[in-house]
Design a binder for this molecule. Structure first.
Ligand code: SF4
Length: 282
């Protein structure tokens, strides 16, 4: 099974996703990285069909994903988010919250199934009698992941799933995602502003700026030969723009910028075996 976006655009008042195209296979981990406001959550929302693109196609195994009924779609693609508490009813016990996705699909999980879920997420059975407000951020995120996995989807869209957690718990959740990917062969689209996490987890990486893919390819190839924008993100310094905007989204702060970068948008072109880069100088 594969998931593919082709030539996707989405416009808002002050922001636009432009010509977004990428593909991921089931069982693959693809990382999406960019600074805040670069379009990561818009892309996650479109992958989850929470918002619809203006144009382009979204395919799952060659089939138009937008025409797949919501119930069927949720058995293929599920999401986890930065703030799991928002998705969990604070008045309900975890025992109910874990059963809820099954019930929504007319299924009634047995205790063994719930036990399997708890074990795969390293959650103690004592949490079943708790309500979300008695649990830690890490436990809540594990419960959100358990709910997302309960229907055994092929793809998990993970939108900044560790951002609200403290550093030790972040590592635990990252390791858990990796374990789930290896054990359940679930494809993970991992979105983060944290390059270290993205490169640690992902086989393929997409780097975006202002709704435009700047670079995409095998994580190893990008690490060896990064685009100037990716290099800038690697340094972790987000300085203010120092010149007017250009056609390349990185023009205003790029240390290598030339006149051509102001006047024309570079194409996304092949610069390695499995590596596409958008830069006039590469
Ligand atoms: Fe920098 Fe120009 Fe390359 Fe954009 S196209 S990244 S401004 S050198």
């Amino acid at each position: 099974m594969f998931l593919e976006m082709k030539g996707i655009t989405k416009s808002f008042k002050k922001f636009k996703i432009k010509d977004l195209s990428f593909k991921m296979e089931k069982g693959e981990i693809v990382g999406l990285v960019g600074i805040s406001g670069s379009g990561k959550t818009t892309i996650a929302s479109m992958l989850l069909k929470l918002i619809l693109p203006d144009s382009g196609s979204y395919l799952i195994n060659g089939r138009n994903a937008l025409s797949i009924k919501r119930k069927d779609f949720s058995r293929i693609v599920q999401g986890i988010f930065q703030n799991p508490a928002r998705a969990l009813n604070p008045r309900k016990k975890v025992s109910f919250l874990l059963k809820e996705p099954y019930l929504a699909h007319g299924k009634s999980p047995d205790d063994l199934e719930i036990k399997r879920l708890l074990e795969s997420l390293s959650l103690p059975k004592e949490v079943l009698n708790e309500t979300p407000n008695n649990l830690s951020g890490g436990q809540l995120q594990r419960i959100a992941i358990a709910r997302a996995l309960s229907l055994r989807p092929s793809f998990l869209i993970a939108d900044e799933p560790t951002s609200a957690l403290d550093p030790t718990v972040q590592i635990q959740i990252i390791d858990l995602i990796l374990k789930l990917n290896r054990k359940e062969k679930i494809g993970i689209f991992f979105i983060s502003h944290d390059l270290n996490q993205v490169f640690y987890l992902s086989e393929k990486v997409i780097v975006i700026s202002e709704g435009i893919i700047m670079e995409m390819g095998d994580a190893d190839e990008i690490m060896k030969n990064p685009h100037p924008y990716t290099m800038y993100l690697m340094k972790g310094k987000f300085s203010e723009a120092n010149r007017e905007k250009g056609k390349c989204p990185f023009y205003s702060i790029c240390p290598l910028a030339k006149e051509i970068c102001r006047d024309s948008m570079p194409e996304l072109k092949k610069t390695g075996e499995n590596h596409l880069t958008r830069c006039h100088l590469l």
